[in-house]
Design a protein around this ligand. Structure first.
Ligand code: UGY
Ligand code: MN
Length: 249
């Protein structure tokens, strides 16, 4: 927030195929399933996205829940600790912990400490002959990274297995300063990308833009995109991608 005697400027941009939103620009929402939380709606259908992404701040003891028929939910703990129950199974999640709840399964979250969560909701795409997945719970530190394009300075972790029962990817990219995506990529999949750490330059549509930790980027299908990490610390970003399904006509 600027003082009344200062000019207003912003890095927020909404282009034809992308949007870049610094966190400071989001007013807070209150939503019924997370009544004691401060919710920032990062993306949703009004932006053109076929998914919904929230950033949720929970004070200690605050609760939330979900579980809609046909909708799957991914949860990621940015900071703090929460107790998560999926159907009747309990899980303690600390920073870096994550879960994917299948469509139709109910879940509840209670903040053990002050906590910040990212939540992605997507309509699950049933595929003929493919059984839907069971609840998945994990911790990012236990997920092996692979060097992207043989660059050890660009590590990619797939939090959700790249297998046909899953129709979404949630990946963490870690770039050491000076490392980058190897080309400007353009693909049919959408992205919802939250910068967890570091800073650098994102190429979106047709230009380079500065981005930093806590920025959110929406990339629509076929948005030309690339990234170059500046520093001084490594960039880490968590991103959503729709995968593993036929393209509907
Ligand atoms: O998986 C991806 O499409 C990834 N390379 N995109 C990105 O980081 N913008
Ligand atoms: Mn991409």
């Amino acid at each position: 927030m600027r003082q009344q005697n200062q000019l207003l400027t912003s890095r927020a941009r909404v282009g034809a195929r992308y949007a870049l939103f610094p966190l400071e620009g989001y007013p807070l929402s209150r939503v019924p399933l997370w009544p004691d939380a401060q919710v920032r709606v990062l993306a949703g259908p009004a932006l053109g996205a076929k998914f919904v992404e929230y950033l949720i701040d929970l004070p200690p003891g605050a609760q939330g829940r979900g579980g809609e028929a046909e909708i799957e939910t991914f949860l990621y703990v940015v900071s703090g600790e929460v107790a998560l129950t999926i159907e009747k199974a309990g899980h303690a999640l600390a920073a870096g912990g994550f879960a994917l709840v299948p469509p139709g399964a109910s879940f509840a979250v209670k903040a053990t400490t002050a906590a910040q969560l990212l939540l992605v909701r997507k309509r699950y795409e049933i595929a003929p002959g493919i059984e839907p997945f069971a609840p998945l719970v994990g911790q990012q530190d236990s997920v092996a990274g692979t060097a992207f394009n043989n660059d050890a300075g660009a590590q990619l972790q797939l939090l959700i297995p790249d297998e046909l029962p899953y129709d979404m990817a949630m990946n963490i990219f870690t770039f050491q300063p000076g490392h980058s995506l190897p080309y400007v990529e353009t693909h049919i999949m959408e992205h919802g990308l939250y910068v967890l750490a570091g800073k650098g330059l994102y190429y979106l549509e047709d230009r380079w833009m500065e981005v930093e930790a806590s920025d959110f980027i929406y990339m629509a299908p076929f948005c030309p995109q690339s990234y170059y990490a500046t520093g001084p610390v490594a960039t880490k970003y968590l991103y959503y991608k729709d995968v593993n399904r036929e393209i509907t006509l």
